[in-house]
Design a protein around this ligand. Sequence first.
Ligand code: AKG
Length: 283
Amino acid sequence: MTATPATSDLDTHYSLSETQISLFREHGFIMLQNVFSKELLNAYGAAITDCVIEHNDLADVPMHERDTYQKAFIQVTNLWRKREVIRKFVFGKRLAWIATELLEVSGVRLYHDQALYKEPGGGFTPWHADQQYWPLATDRTITAWVPLQPVPIEMGPLSFAAGSQHMTYGRDLEISDASEQQLADALERSDYSYFDQPFNLGDVSFHLGWTYHKAGANTTDHPRRVMTVIYMDEHMMLKNPENPNQQRDWDAWCPEAQVGQVIDTPLNPVVFSQEDPIGKHSG
Ligand SMILES: O=C(O)CCC(=O)C(=O)O
């Protein structure tokens, strides 16, 4: 890996305007520019890619033998536990501070992280809302989607239905061909406008757990390399799982958490809190 930029570059405040916060409230997502420098993304991106290659459990499965979910991306989770250098990235305050301000909460804890690498020739990511999978008591959850290279339309950038965090239809649908079909139809009939834009290097999007989103196929010859960090309100409580995915997530991301209590476990530390901005929490 090339020299890692000073970790302070991961921790500084990113100034959000009132307009950006209110647009996020209205649309349930936002794309922010120049969140990280090219140097920082290249350096941490190299470590993340290395880790994805090491933990790719689809390496021996040819594309034509995969289902729609597997065609969409290679998914490697909780990289912060696999490499010390990636832990620094995931526990950076800059992203978590933005997440806190967009969610309009006092602070955020980690739910989990994941790398989502769409291979050359990789398929589309079907329409879905993440919170179908999450046994979390409120809607104060947010994903930071951090591309590690520019993402032109042909590579499958994340795209969103603006305002769809209010749509209750389809919340029982997991990521599948059925979610794609039924949600595409429902969203077509709705008034939510569709945001589908290329990402420059340094752009980062944030979306709520209930905002419907998808991504196109990667028709280029290069992998679409993306790191994500998923945060929740620092006061988030565990709810009773409502489907098998939520039970699986409980077991995977916060096994020590108790229903009806704040998810304050060693896997879910507070990453940023206004109550403690200098960060004795930061792992
Ligand atoms: O990267 C993708 O293709 C999908 C990402 C996604 O659904 C998410 O981060 O919530």
